[in-house]
Design a protein around this ligand. Structure first.
Ligand code: KIV
Ligand code: ZN
Length: 383
């Protein structure tokens, strides 16, 4: 099995479904260009039948992007597939992503149908999409809650009629990592033709398990992951691209690789956040404002001695210049000295003790002490 993990980015489709995150065509093309520079393999540009704007965006993304595959989402319906095929006409490399619900909950309550009819529709959709495009990805929606036997049957049948990629989504973010991993393993053990397609995982974060589930999928054989920048997406979001890219880079023993230029992660994260009007929580892994900030005395002392004491990722690897030593009332002398040295103040030990006491009083009043506060403190103390 190959050790390359394909990165399928759905920031512009699942990410853009978030209320308030909608982008116009120009903005979508801008982000698509950034995704291309980042090194993603597939860009899901939109759901073309959903609106004329989305249709136009897929057209313009297709014209602008050279290397990644451009993908368009459809339901298992003729009109959706026709429109998606039309929207992809300028794409150098194109894929239709079609699919239908696979869990009994969806079959009974969303489609008011039966397993047999749903299976027929799935097969029909892949065959029909195949008339336009070679590369067809099939999604078995709500696979996380689907009966594994039925799911295996569905996967086998869609591969038989030409699906090149099969997406196993945990649409509702329900699964536990060991269960999701076991489901992927079950498919590898029970679908005869599984090696004729790439298995993809698409996890939602309703229980905060999207990244863990995606990793469980990879460990059990999935070779494509569906992710978004900053983990934006429906409800609690999708798996974040930056988390998967950095997990795979950090854990070398997995011997898996992506083509992501990780040094571009911070930049695209900021751009997506601003353009999509979605602030990044401060403690967000990899890209949050505090991801490389150290504020307690013990940690600061350790970081100043050797970065690896408290950091498993070099901030430069994700495009951040350096770690931050934040001065608060929990900081120690080492951090104060370090920050003063950055401001070109070389300070003797006895002066450090004096200024440290004053610093603590000020820090108790103010939440964070900045460079200007430090300069004033030094002047006030004739240092
Ligand atoms: O979450 C999901 O199941 C989806 C599919 C449309 C792939 O977004
Ligand atoms: Zn989704």
């Amino acid at each position: 099995m190959s050790n390359k993990i394909f990165i399928f980015d759905t920031t512009l489709r699942d990410g853009e479904q978030v209320p308030g995150c909608q982008l116009n065509t120009v903005e979508k093309v801008k982000i698509a260009r950034e995704l291309e520079k980042l090194g993603v393999d597939v860009i899901e540009g939109g759901f073309p039948i959903s609106s004329p704007g989305d249709f136009k965006s897929v057209i313009e993304i297709s014209k602008a992007i050279k290397k990644p595959i451009i993908c368009a989402l459809t339901r298992a319906r003729k009109a959706d597939i026709d429109v998606a095929a039309e929207s992809l006409k300028f794409a150098k490399r194109k894929r239709i992503h079609t699919g239908i619900g696979s869990s009994d909950i969806h079959i009974k309550h969303k489609f008011k149908s039966t397993r047999k009819k749903i299976l027929e529709q799935a097969i029909w959709a892949v065959k029909y999409a195949k008339k336009f495009v070679d590369d067809i990805e099939f999604y078995a929606e709500d696979a996380g809650r689907a009966d594994p036997n039925f799911l295996a049957k569905m996967v086998e049948e869609v591969i038989k009629v030409g699906a090149t990629v099969v997406n196993i989504p945990d649409t509702t973010g329900y699964c536990l990592p060991q269960d999701f991993g076991a489901k992927i393993k079950y498919l590898f053990e029970n679908v005869k033709n599984i090696n004729q397609a790439v298995i993809s995982v698409h996890c939602h974060n309703d229980l905060g398990l999207a990244t863990a589930n995606t990793m469980a999928g990879i460990i059990n054989g999935a070779r494509q992951v569906e992710v978004t920048v900053n983990g934006i997406g429906e409800r609690a979001g999708n798996t974040s691209l930056e988390e998967i890219a950095m997990i795979l880079k950090t854990h070398k023993k997995l011997d898996l690789k992506t083509d992501i230029n990780t040094e571009k992660i911070y930049d695209i994260s900021q751009k997506v956040s601003k353009m999509m009007n979605m602030p990044i929580q401060k403690n967000k892994a990899i890209v949050g404002a505090n991801a490389f900030a150290h504020s307690s005395g013990i940690h600061q002392d350790g970081i100043i001695k050797q970065r690896e004491n408290y950091e498993i990722i070099d901030p430069k690897d994700v495009g951040i210049d350096k770690s931050k030593i934040v001065l608060t009332a929990r900081s120690g002398r080492a951090a104060l000295k370090y920050r003063l040295r950055n401001l070109k103040y070389e300070i003797k030990q006895e002066h450090l003790n004096t200024i440290y006491k004053k610093f603590l009083n000020l820090a108790d009043e103010k939440k964070e002490i900045n460079d200007q506060d430090l300069r004033i403190l030094m002047v006030q103390n004739n240092l």
